[in-house]
Design a protein around this ligand. Structure first.
Ligand SMILES: NC(=O)c1ccc[n+]([C@@H]2O[C@H](COP(=O)([O-])OP(=O)(O)OC[C@H]3O[C@@H](n4cnc5c(N)ncnc54)[C@H](OP(=O)(O)O)[C@@H]3O)[C@@H](O)[C@H]2O)c1
Length: 364
């Protein structure tokens, strides 16, 4: 790589780092960072997008300018927007600033922008370079991109199991398989998500709280998916002071007389079947880029079968539960041949005390 390219990469990496500061807060918007150099290549400003409704990264960088940007260059990890949303279009600001070169890492998948922002910059005589640090930028905004392209939320499935692959005893008891340290990591890890989903049975059996224990404000939306609506009148999820909860039920099977057990502060939404894809679409429409499935085997299996899962996270504890009838993380996928089985990629392994955490991508 030439000296010049090394410095372009350096500034784009800086923009990507700035973008990552909005990690848990920008949804439904993307994570974006911007760097401005003067005409001599000196850093004169930077900024990042913090939250939807607040200024975009480019606008923040212009706000923080230490000197005139005329003749200078900008590095931004996502194509500048060209539409009026909650904030004005960023391309107008770039054009009026007199900046001569814009380095864009990736195009915006949002149809209102996609390529149009770059076109407007070029038409204004600005030199646009597309593609610097593309891989890193795609990774950073993978959930936002997935939602825009598929109209579904990016799904991560997480479960905890023993070293013999069991998630609970045959009598349903499962507390606790992993260590306190692993469970505490899960609480803060939930902050990356816009919503957390369980099935009705996990609610009945475990009565979980599903919060970040204060790592995120507001807490992620808690979602219960039920076919029967046979949910208890007392549940930790009904405490709306801790976090918002929504119950989504299959109207073709649910007994709606059970609705009276659910307190008024809990939102209720019906869908016409038990297809998890409908949940993923519904949450995407509400602006959830990334959702965490913390469900048991039956819903987890259905979520995988309907392509709702893009990544999985497995916590493995050095414990043996044994027993042919102990609970497995999944139900039957009905595979008949080994080439039908699900293959995962990108293994990342870490040790949390004595527990092992494995992350994988799911190739749909
Ligand atoms: N170790 C772990 O990481 C972990 C994580 C989560 C759960 N668990 C354990 O898993 C057990 C519960 O397992 P589960 O499989 O019944 O989990 P679940 O998370 O409750 O999912 C199943 C429930 O989801 C609802 N549902 C809606 N659409 C569905 C669909 N298409 N397919 C299947 N279910 C659908 C139904 O609720 P309704 O019955 O209300 O209609 C169903 O009973 C509990 O004992 C819990 O402790 C373990």
């Amino acid at each position: 790589m030439s000296k010049k390219n090394v410095s372009h990469t350096k500034w784009m990496k800086r923009a990507i780092f700035l973008a990552s500061l909005g990690k848990n807060t920008t949804s439904p918007n993307p994570k974006v960072g911007a760097v401005i150099l003067d005409k001599n290549g000196n850093l004169i400003s930077e900024g990042f997008h913090f939250k939807a409704g607040m200024p975009h990264a480019e606008a923040m960088a212009f706000r923080n300018l230490k000197k005139d940007a005329k003749g200078g260059s900008m590095y931004v990890n996502l194509e500048p927007c060209c539409h009026q949303g909650k904030t004005p279009p960023c391309v107008d600001k770039v054009i009026s600033s007199g900046i001569r070169k814009v380095y864009v890492s990736i195009q915006d998948p949002d149809k209102r922008v996609s390529g149009k922002g770059i076109k407007l910059l070029k038409e204004a005589g600005i030199r646009v370079h597309l593609g610097l640090c593309k891989k890193e930028s795609l990774e950073l905004n993978k959930a936002f991109i997935h939602r825009n392209i598929t109209k579904k939320s990016f799904g991560v499935l997480k479960w905890a199991m023993s070293i013999d692959g069991r998630i609970g005893l045959k009598n349903g008891k499962s507390k606790w398989i992993t260590s306190e340290q692993s469970r505490s990591i899960v609480h803060s890890f939930r902050a990356e998500f816009d919503a957390i989903i369980i099935g009705g049975n996990t609610l009945r059996k475990d009565n979980p709280l599903l919060t970040t224990r204060g790592s995120k404000n507001p807490e992620p939306l808690r979602v219960v998916f039920t076919k029967s609506l046979d949910l208890p009148s007392k549940s930790s999820l009904w405490d709306c002071n801790k976090a918002k909860t929504i119950v989504i039920y299959d109207s073709s099977t649910a007994n709606e007389s059970y609705l009276k057990r659910i307190p008024k502060c809990v939102e209720v939404e019906k869908i016409p079947s038990d297809n998890p894809e409908l949940i993923s679409k519904l949450l995407a429409k509400r602006g959830c880029n990334k959702i965490l499935w913390e469900c048991g085997p039956r819903l987890a299996t259905a979520a995988i079968q309907t392509n709702c899962i893009q990544e999985i996270i497995t916590f493995i504890a050095p414990k043996i539960l044994g027993g042919e009838n102990s609970m497995n993380p999944f139900g039957d996928f009905d595979f008949r041949e080994m080439d039908e089985i699900i293959k995962l990629s990108n293994s990342q392994v870490s040790l949390i005390g004595n527990d092992i955490c494995v992350k994988n991508s799911f190739e749909n």
